[in-house]
Design a protein around this ligand. Sequence first.
Ligand SMILES: [Zn+2]
Length: 490
Amino acid sequence: MIGKQKICVGILAAGMSLGAAGIVMAQNGPGLPVSPAPVATISNASSTTALGQEALGWLAELIKINTTNPPGNEEAAAKYIAGILQKEGISSEILPLAAGRSALVARLKHAAIADPSRALLLVAHMDVVGVDKSKWTVDPFGATIKDGYLYGRGTVDDKGMLAANLAAFVALKRTGARLNRDVIFLATCDEEAFGDSSIKALIAKNWDKFAAGFAINEGGVVIAKDGKVQYTAVQASEKVTYNVDVVARGTSGHASIPLKDNAVLHLATALEKIGNYSAPVHLTAVTRRYFEGVASLQDDELGKWVRSLDTPDRGEHAARVISDANPAWSAMLRDTISPTMLSAGVRANVIPAEARATLNIRLLPGDTISVLLAELNKVVNDPQVKFEIQTNAGLAAPTSSLENDFYSAIMKAAAQEFGGAPVLPYQSTWGTDSAQLRLHNVQAYGLVPFPLTEDDLKRMHGNDERIPVAAFAKGVALMVRIVNEFAASR
Ligand SMILES: [Zn+2]
């Protein structure tokens, strides 16, 4: 994955074992029907399927526009989208950020005077990560359709959602739906590298053009197994990334005379202690609801422990059991530390004065790096070892509410689209652009709306990235439902 801290939608379900049977309705909270209910006309099966087909064509064209970042070249994709919108009679604006790099914004207005606090923002990024062409079985930018899949870099991350957002947006215009709020379509740049053309720069320059109270972005997942949706995970918050160097210093000298204060040895000892350290479990409002929902999907034994997680007497043991069962769950429950880089020495026969390791740390929302490092200092307990925080930390953003109308609309639409499969809030271990939006008071939610298997998800940023054609159509239908549910008056 490219980028020091920006990691796109990752594998939610790594190591998960969900019983295929026993899928039950989520605890949807008060007043949230999950039974099929009438939705606006564009959600009816035939027109949605036609729209899905059309959007698949857009997706294929977007795949063929190589927006590998760097350099990005997102402007070509922005111009292609502008052309589609123009044909629909929707004006859009290209927002230049750097040479060849431009975002695109378009708006469907509900009233002459905009009320940004009510507006809904559909956001997706146009750039993609690089490819190792030699490891692909098809041209990564050829948009090959094979065995029911569309192959290509960006099919899942994030051009699929870009095309699905576009479809939902265009459908609103075509049906002449009466809007109860502005709906804004935004295609962004530089998500994968989070450089000078990222959403941060876009907000700084053009916030007034897409300011909104609500947003939907990548960041969540719809997990499919054996042809069925198991559950939809809607990202409402994310962990915060820090990179911290552990630096051991000692006396340099000739390697023929070993020294007790050898920096390499002190670093190795420190890393072993850090590796054995496990930060305390802390359930947030989001993870509490997530585990409540996921408990019902587990086989009896694991489900029992998931249900015990939030109890005073058995919680601690339960956290151990489920953390051992699933590293992704372990990471959702606590601050985590992964050593990722090592450096020391310049000659085989010289004891170096310094040895250094980089730790990639992911804090739970609300936790602070100084508290964790104070704890690690105690654990390491070595005056030769110091911690240095790198300046490229992620942003601590507020969690989006699980109680507002937009979150309810997403839950209702997803349950309807996926046969009543549970819809759970999700706190991602990865970072997304939504942190930037949440810092601007946007209630932002993450969802890659396509039902995908673990295998399909693993290909993201990897080789032979692909999306099942049927899953893409489902995702388009879901986005149409969500937008209609929340932004169209009935
Ligand atoms: Zn992405």
